[in-house]
Ligand binder design. Structure first.
Ligand code: GDG
Length: 472
């Protein structure tokens, strides 16, 4: 089996299980092949301490059979590559939020500089038959930079966030360079068929790509395989967590506290793509329209802190705090607060207990690549008395989880109606929907995802040595 080399913005130590499903899934293959994980260390070096743009050293650590290689970034590179281009341009535009994008010309250069730095440090560590798997929007130009240095390995890319339609993508100055860079990969994977179709539409129209059938394209003198590989969760890991004392304790506590009430739950990173204010407005509408929910329905909303150094995130924080405060002020009384808003990260072992104690989960992003919380909620349920998933049709997960109650989060009234339906849903129907949803989560879990993407990458032709890769 060829060695797997994973490249992502951040590197997770696979020995720590708290790293979550993706790290667990990748670590299995990394272990089996004595692989390597390469990425940013998370450290930023100020100019005064010698941090220079485009420069950095590779630090190597051994984690069992797996090699971890990390690079520190200079403050200037961190500002332009991470805060500027990745999170100030690509994240908002790929989530259809052109209004939030900051197209400062200097960012794209910083983005390219860090990708070149990564390529320069990674290239000498690669063996000819390695399989290289690059993750996410931070590293879209990495394969073209590696090819420019002569790397001929099979290199795959997976985009964890959505890919917008061609006309939105085309609003990014330099979009043609970005997509052309993507075409230096051998396999390009998306979360959903919708995102995959956006990519095909773009390369057909803008790059005159020729379809070879079965997801293969001839474009920029290369052959590329593109497809949808929806990411799953580690069902076994979550089931084990659900049986552990922390989850059972959490479940018992929530059941005691809410024995007379119906619990609704939301667990999200505090991000404008997750539609938290829209969700609060729908919940407020439910309380206005259905007085029987008063003193009866409580929404626990965990909004874990995220990217607090990016300015758009402080606006969403204030909007959410003000909405929660006004809902509690207008509807709450001495014995009942409709919303419990928690702006902290809850320990992972407690989440399955919270999910299991909840009658309804609200997973209502305005746009999401996949959304793993939807799947974690399903797997955590008691199959004999399961809760109901209210899911945005704009989450990638909606393509797979069609037995959830699908909503348009922009439609406050429609979402409130769906929440009401969920709270009232008879046991029979809850069981039937849950059974189908659980089967999907189990069939297409994170191991399936990992294996099916890697199998496509193994089948890709090693980069044709006779074909010069033109520098972009
Ligand atoms: C990107 C894409 C795609 C959340 N709050 C807490 C907590 N979480 C955990 C959840 C879940 C994970 O974080 C979030 O995953 P999502 O899928 O919802 O979203 P993103 O972070 O935006 O991830 C997304 C994903 O990549 C994978 O490809 O699905 O579409 O945007 O596991 O449980 N975990 C703990 N405490 C919290 O407070 N412990």
């Amino acid at each position: 089996m060829p060695r797997l080399v994973v490249v992502s913005n951040r590197v997770a130590d696979p020995r720590r299980t708290a790293a979550g499903g993706l790290a667990v899934a990748l670590s299995e293959v990394l272990h089996a092949t004595g692989g390597m994980w390469f990425g940013w260390s998370g450290k930023v070096i100020a100019a005064a301490d010698g941090g220079r743009p485009g420069e950095g050293k590779a630090h190597r650590h051994q984690a069992g059979p797996v090699k971890l290689v990390t690079v520190d970034l200079s403050a200037e590179d961190h500002r332009a590559y991470y805060l500027g281009y990745a999170n100030g341009v690509l994240w908002p535009v790929f989530h259809y939020r052109l209004d939030l994008a900051d197209f400062d010309a200097g960012y794209i250069e910083g983005y390219r500089r860090v990708n070149q730095l990564f390529a320069r440090l990674l290239a000498p560590l690669l063996r000819p038959d390695d399989l290289v798997w690059v993750h996410d929007y931070h590293l879209m130009p990495l394969a073209s930079e590696l090819r420019a240095l002569g790397c001929q390995q099979r290199i795959g890319f997976f985009l964890h966030i959505p890919l917008p339609p061609p006309m939105i993508l085309a609003a990014i100055p330099g979009h043609d360079w970005l997509v052309r860079s993507l075409c230096a990969f051998d396999v390009v994977g998306f979360q959903s068929e919708t995102d995959h179709q956006h990519f095909c539409g773009y390369i057909e129209r803008e790059a005159k790509a020729q379809s070879l059938g079965e997801g293969r394209w001839r474009v920029f003198n290369r052959t590329l395989h593109a497809g949808a590989w929806p990411i799953g969760i580690d069902v076994d890991e979550l089931e084990a967590l659900a049986k552990a004392p922390e989850a059972r304790d959490m479940h018992a506590r929530m059941q005691r506290e809410y024995s007379r009430r119906m619990l609704l739950v939301g667990v999200d990173r505090l991000d404008y793509s997750k539609g938290l204010p829209h969700r609060m407005r729908a919940f407020r509408h439910l309380l206005q329209r259905h007085p029987e929910t008063h003193r009866n329905a409580t929404l626990v909303q965990i909004a874990s802190p995220s990217r607090e150094d990016v300015s758009a995130y402080s606006d969403i924080l204030h909007e959410l705090e003000s909405l929660c405060g006004s809902i509690n002020g207008n509807f709450g009384d001495l014995e009942w607060m409709p919303v419990r808003y928690i702006h902290r990260t809850v320990a992972r072992p407690r989440l399955p207990g919270l999910f299991r104690a909840s009658r309804v989960a609200l997973v209502t992003p305005l746009r999401d690549g996949m959304n793993l919380v939807a799947k974690e909620f399903i797997v955590s349920q008691d199959p004999q008395d399961p809760g109901v998933l209210v899911l945005s049709r704009f989450a990638g997960a909606a393509e797979q989880l069609e037995q959830a109650l699908l909503v348009n989060p922009y439609d406050t009234e429609g979402t409130a109606d769906a929440i009401h339906l969920a709270l009232q849903m008879p046991l029979e129907e809850r069981r039937a929907r849950h059974e189908a949803l659980l089967a999907t989560c189990k069939r297409q879990d994170v191991h399936w995802w990992c294996e099916s993407f890697l199998s496509a990458l193994r089948q890709a032709q090693a980069h044709e040595s006779g074909t010069p890769w033109l520098r972009l």
